[in-house]
Design a protein. Structure first.
Length: 77
């Protein structure tokens, strides 16, 4: 079992409403290696993702967001 953990901030270009943001974070959380994905209505352009870098890369998480038709960029923490 890996004890590695990394965090990345994803900046979303569009303003997502509550339901879309919740759906997006739920999809991110299902990616193998992701331990949490959090977005908040007060800052709908930002999602914080915690993940195991031995199982998934930040670029894979970003690709999953973009696959949903959402423009986004990684901002390292």
């Amino acid at each position: 079992m890996s004890k590695s953990r990394a965090d990345v901030l994803i900046h979303i270009d569009q303003t997502l409403d509550h339901d879309h943001l919740a759906s997006m974070t739920a999809k991110i959380a299902t990616i193998e290696g992701v331990t949490s994905a959090e977005g908040h209505d007060a800052k709908p352009h930002l999602v914080i993702v915690s993940y195991d870098p031995e199982k998934v890369h930040a670029t894979d998480v970003l690709a999953a967001v973009k696959a949903e038709g959402v423009g986004a960029e990684l901002i390292g923490l």
